[in-house]
Design a protein around this ligand. Structure first.
Ligand code: ZN
Ligand code: CU
Length: 483
């Protein structure tokens, strides 16, 4: 039997959570063709994998890579160098379609770029572009509530509930998008002006999801003092719209809320026990990152500037230093920097550990690929889960770590034949050294590829090799939700 590719003597961790085993793995036509002792088989290319782990390519459950997918392999170096093979785009209410702009979109939509990037009037247009210019990685896409609002409400008049007519138009756009293969709806109810949307507006729009089997993902209204109310709101939206739910970047924000994760996790567990179809993603850091919101600053939370349109020289600087240099308060300095992005050191390590260890927790980076000085999660999330959380800190074993990065996520998002290593599955694969794998990106040097990730394959084609970087291949595809 001749194959395209054979891995010899690999330590296979298959993504299901099952114990590792030593095996050869063969790939043909972009799929896994055989697993076991393949001494009698040959291949065009052989990889001696002795001592190395072969795992399913990681699925980044939470990304803002809508635009990064369109600008060539180098734009996703940050992901393929972590072993990521599939990204979920359109999170936090922010999706690159269906919306066109001639002016800079309001934050947080500008996370994805200025007006020059907003050219997709429909999700079908965005999907066509991905089909034409194949992306380096696979993608599945959520449609952002904020993108729908900015499209269907009058310019600048977003800070109010949508009218019945506006809501009906948003439902229609979502319906069209899901029919064209988007996998669900996302909201970012924490962000102004989406926070002006009442729960009923979201329930009405999310009502479209059921007939398409779509999913509801949410950056909740409040991840701090009101987090329990927000969890209840999220579960209500899921229940009334009969949609599967993903709570995005599950956390407890603000020093006064540190230690509340047992309560918040228990609330989700109770709902699941009562029949709710709910899960969540988390990133392995105790600092968050998003657009700069001066009105949310607290004296006891350190802030780093990740980008600023009027003052690009301040990126990477501590906001307190910038304020001192300018002789103004931190809030005034933050205002002067707008539009801008920031990192906030506002979670506790114990909460992050407890949340990421939870059996429902999937790994999602929430990396911001267009930030000038990004949070290190963009380059470090997955190797940090493997190296820091599993190997060094022993929060869980390596099989569990891989499951949280692949099989669990595939199941939640309904991805058939991905996230696992088995006969017939797509050959999305990562080869890594379990002794040395670790994140190298830091808050001081965020754009640093991880150590120990040897190579990454998408649909059987190598996209990344350590020491070499992106191979230049673009074997990815948009995975449309099967209707
Ligand atoms: Zn978010
Ligand atoms: Cu996000």
């Amino acid at each position: 039997m001749r194959h395209d590719l054979i891995f010899r003597d690999a330590t296979v961790i298959d993504g299901t959570g099952a114990a590792r085993r030593i095996a050869d793995v063969a790939v043909s036509g972009g799929r896994i063709a055989a697993i076991g002792d393949l001494a009698a088989a040959s291949a065009d290319r052989e990889v001696i994998a002795t001592g190395k782990v072969l795992a399913p390519g990681f699925i980044d459950a939470h990304t803002h890579d809508d635009r990064a997918l369109l600008c060539g392999p180098e734009c996703l170096h940050c992901k393929m160098s972590q072993g990521v093979t599939t990204v979920v785009v359109g999170n936090c209410g922010v999706s690159l379609s269906p919306l066109t702009r001639t002016r800079r979109p309001p934050p947080p939509l500008d996370l994805l770029g200025d007006e020059s990037w907003w050219t997709f009037d429909s999700f079908a247009d965005y999907a066509d572009r991905l089909d034409r210019e194949k992306p380096p990685l696979n993608a599945i896409a959520l449609i952002g509530h904020m993108s729908l609002r900015v499209r269907e409400m009058p310019e600048g008049d977003y800070a109010r509930p949508a009218t019945a007519a506006e809501t009906a138009r948003m439902e229609k756009r979502l319906d069209e998008s899901l029919a064209a293969g988007a996998c669900g709806l996302s909201t970012g109810l924490w962000y102004a002006p989406s926070n002006a949307a009442p729960t009923d507006e979201v329930i009405a729009i999310a009502g479209v999801l059921e007939k398409h089997g779509g999913l509801y993902a949410t950056h909740m209204r409040d991840e701090g003092d009101g987090v329990l109310d927000s969890i209840a709101e999220t579960l209500r939206i899921g229940k009334e719209s009969r949609a599967r739910v993903v709570i995005s970047h599950f956390k407890c924000v603000g020093p006064q809320n540190h230690g509340r994760s047992p309560e918040t996790l228990a609330a989700v567990e109770r709902a699941a026990a009562a029949g709710a179809d709910v899960g969540f993603d988390v990133y392995p850091y105790f600092a968050s990152s998003t657009v700069m919101r001066p009105e949310t600053l607290r004296d006891d939370v350190r802030v780093l500037v990740t980008w600023s349109v009027p003052h690009p020289q301040m990126q990477g600087r501590d906001l307190a230093e910038v304020a001192a240099e300018w002789g103004v308060s931190r809030v005034d300095a933050a205002r002067k920097l707008l539009p801008a992005g920031a990192i906030y050191f506002q979670m506790s390590e114990a909460d992050v550990d407890r949340i990421i260890a939870h059996p429902m927790a999937m790994v999602g980076s929430d990396g911001l690929p267009h930030d000038a000085f990004p949070h290190p999660r963009l380059w470090g999330t997955f190797p940090r889960v493997l190296g820091h959380y599993a190997r060094d800190k022993r929060v869980f074993d390596l099989e569990t770590a891989v499951h949280k990065c692949s099989g669990l996520t595939a199941r939640r998002f309904g991805l058939a034949d991905r996230g696992v290593i088995r006969d017939g599955a797509f050959a999305d694969l990562v080869l890594f050294d379990p002794e040395t794998v670790i994140d190298s990106a830091t808050f001081a040097a965020p754009a640093t590829p991880a150590a120990g990730i040897e190579a990454t394959w998408v649909n059987g084609v190598a996209v990344y090799r350590q020491g070499q970087g992106p191979t230049g291949e673009s074997p990815g595809r948009l995975i449309r939700r099967a209707s």
